[in-house]
Design a protein around this ligand. Structure first.
Ligand SMILES: Cc1cc2nc3c(=O)[nH]c(=O)nc-3n(C[C@H](O)[C@H](O)[C@H](O)COP(=O)(O)OP(=O)(O)OC[C@H]3O[C@@H](n4cnc5c(N)ncnc54)[C@H](O)[C@@H]3O)c2cc1C
Length: 227
């Protein structure tokens, strides 16, 4: 990185950056999926009415978005659910984290997803969306969220089913974003009056939206994550 870019980046970080601390890490088996509990003392979570995302520093001048779930307004703690199956700075960062580490983030922003006021809520995505839909479920309170999340590893599907007391089905992921597993799940489902949430791999979100438009779903809300 040249000196001008480094100076601009330092100014940007100095004005916006805030710190958090890693409280605990749980690793799924195989170790390509991580749940990380954080304390973010400067994060006011009290007004969150949509699913949020945090821009975290994962390397010098490198930032990645992750979704806070299971937040507690009083203690300012939350959990990030991070897929690290790919080779990338974000994946390397999460694999290197230890309890007690300090992390830097430069902002929290809202996504397009908030609970539907009426009708069923149905969610689709890949493993990067687990935290996103846990957050949507938290905002929806007692209102149930169903749907399908595509997961490639059989043991991750088992852990998902055992760990979450949730009406979301872990389906086998046989392509990059889970399109086939999810469309197979949709085949015998009634989407009448449903608000359908689609997130994750961007090309899959586009294809899913096209398919879902052929159903009786009321509203389709898409939030692309990665491509
Ligand atoms: C609003 C928002 C919220 C997000 N929340 C989360 C979250 O809670 N948890 C989470 O895990 N991710 C989340 N993401 C996605 C995450 O920011 C990206 O997947 C990120 O690119 C991963 O960074 P990386 O440095 O590991 O890989 P990159 O350097 O960005 O990518 C390296 C290569 O891997 C591919 N790739 C990227 N991600 C995946 C993947 N998951 N599976 C397979 N291949 C991949 C890319 O296409 C690229 O070829 C979110 C993204 C957005 C926009």
């Amino acid at each position: 990185m040249n000196i001008l870019k480094q100076t601009a980046l330092n100014l940007f970080e100095n004005s916006l950056a805030k710190q958090g601390t890693v409280l605990a890490i749980r690793t799924w088996y195989p170790a390509t999926f991580y749940e990380v509990d954080f304390h973010f003392p400067f994060m006011d979570m009290s007004k969150w009415d949509r699913v949020q995302h945090i821009k975290i520093k994962v390397g010098p001048g490198v930032y990645r978005d992750y979704t806070p779930a299971g937040w507690d307004v009083e203690t300012r703690t939350c959990t990030l659910y991070i897929d690290a199956v790919q080779a990338g700075p974000g994946s390397e960062w999460v694999q290197s984290l230890k309890q007690g580490d300090n992390v830097t983030y430069v902002g929290v922003g809202s996504t397009m997803h908030k609970p539907a006021e009426q009708g069923k809520m149905i969610a689709f995505g890949d493993m990067t969306t687990i935290g996103h839909y846990l957050a949507l479920q938290q905002l929806a309170g007692g209102k149930s969220l169903s749907g399908a999340i595509a997961i490639a590893e059989e043991n991750h599907r088992i852990e998902f089913a055992e760990y979450f007391n949730w009406d979301i089905t872990p389906v086998e992921q046989t392509d990059q974003g889970g399109f086939h597993g999810i469309t197979k799940w949709v085949q015998d489902k009634d989407l009448e009056n449903a608000t359908v949430y689609v997130a994750g791999h961007i090309p899959t979100c586009v294809h899913l939206k096209k398919e879902l438009k052929k159903t009786s779903a009321d509203t389709i809300r898409v939030q692309g994550f990665w491509s």
